[in-house]
Write a protein that binds this ligand. Structure first.
Ligand code: NAD
Length: 269
């Protein structure tokens, strides 16, 4: 089987650098494109040098349009506006995508879906195998533990993260709400300050912490009178997300049925 040719957007970013490194080092994948925002200081630099793995012979270009012709798949961990633009370019060239960008509005997600019409693409707020297992465990826990158990989702990320709560925390809350047969719109509580009154039964609280270099911690607490159940996940680095996204890239190029998939589909969960 020939290697899957991957174009990586946001190649100088925190995730982009690890994606370049692991795609290049992978036996079944090769980096054939790397892009950055056109004003970025690393444009025209070798993507491997930027990622700290030595030269790989792929320079960082200012637009995905310049690289798409050499790609079997695009891996995109950039920003919501950039992801929409990348989806339009990939959609036009009929190239599938793996999208890790979080914090997209409903309109941006719809724009991506429309650009990807007729193609398979994987979009997930978290590409780690462990988190996707945790999502399964949460669904089971929430359906067994009644609303006598107050649910709080607590997440912590590094100080540079721009969206809150994290896409993963939101997905966890969605899974919990679904298992309880309620909507997150009506039952989600995103902040508490001042005289809040007592906690309303059945609500799902979300707490966001930011600081340091934390790659991603998530804990869901089910608290009742007399006991507390905690289910959580801690990422100690970004390679878990990058290798999951590369696994998704290899999987999506083999899909014949178009549509949006998530990491649970890739993992067969
Ligand atoms: P980052 O800011 O370090 O990297 C993003 C990069 O995208 C930057 O280098 C930026 O210059 C670049 N970019 C912006 N616009 C661009 C454009 N038009 N073309 C090309 N590149 C462009 O951020 P990060 O920590 O790497 O995270 C990126 C995204 O991935 C965030 O939304 C984050 O929440 C998400 N994320 C998802 C997962 C997951 O498993 N799904 C894991 C980690 C991070």
């Amino acid at each position: 089987m020939s290697a899957v040719r991957v174009a990586i957007t946001g190649a100088a970013g925190r995730m982009g650098q690890r994606l370049v490194a692991l795609t290049h080092q992978g036996e079944h994948t090769v980096v054939t494109g790397a892009t950055e925002v056109s004003t970025h200081g690393k444009i025209k630099h070798d993507a491997g040098l930027v990622a700290g793995i030595g030269e790989i012979g792929v320079t960082i270009s200012p637009s995905l349009a310049l690289d798409i012709g050499r790609a079997d798949v695009v891996i995109d961990f950039s920003s919501p506006e950039a992801t929409v633009a990348h989806a339009r370019i990939a959609g036009e060239a009929r190239v599938p995508m793996v999208i890790g960008t979080t914090g997209m509005s409903t309109e941006q997600a719809a724009a991506v879906a429309s650009a990807m019409e007729g193609l398979a693409y994987v979009k997930a707020p978290n590409f780690s195998v462990g988190v996707n297992l945790v999502l399964k465990l949460l669904s089971t826990a929430a359906s067994i533990l009644s609303d006598e158990y107050d649910i709080e989702v607590v997440e912590m990320h590094h100080r540079h993260k721009v969206d809150a709560p994290s896409g993963t925390a939101l997905r966890m809350a969605e899974v919990l709400a679904e298992a309880r047969g309620v909507s997150l719109e009506t039952h989600g509580v995103y902040a508490r300050h001042g005289h809040t009154g007592a906690r309303s039964r059945g609500t799902i609280g979300m707490q966001t912490l930011r600081g340091g270099d934390v790659a991603g911690d998530h804990t869901v607490i089910f608290a009742a009178d007399g006991e507390r159940v905690e289910i959580g996940h801690r990422a100690s680095g970004r390679d878990t997300f990058a290798s999951g996204a590369i696994r998704a890239a290899r999987w999506v190029v083999a899909q014949t049925k178009p549509g949006q998939y998530d990491m649970a589909d890739v993992l067969g969960l």
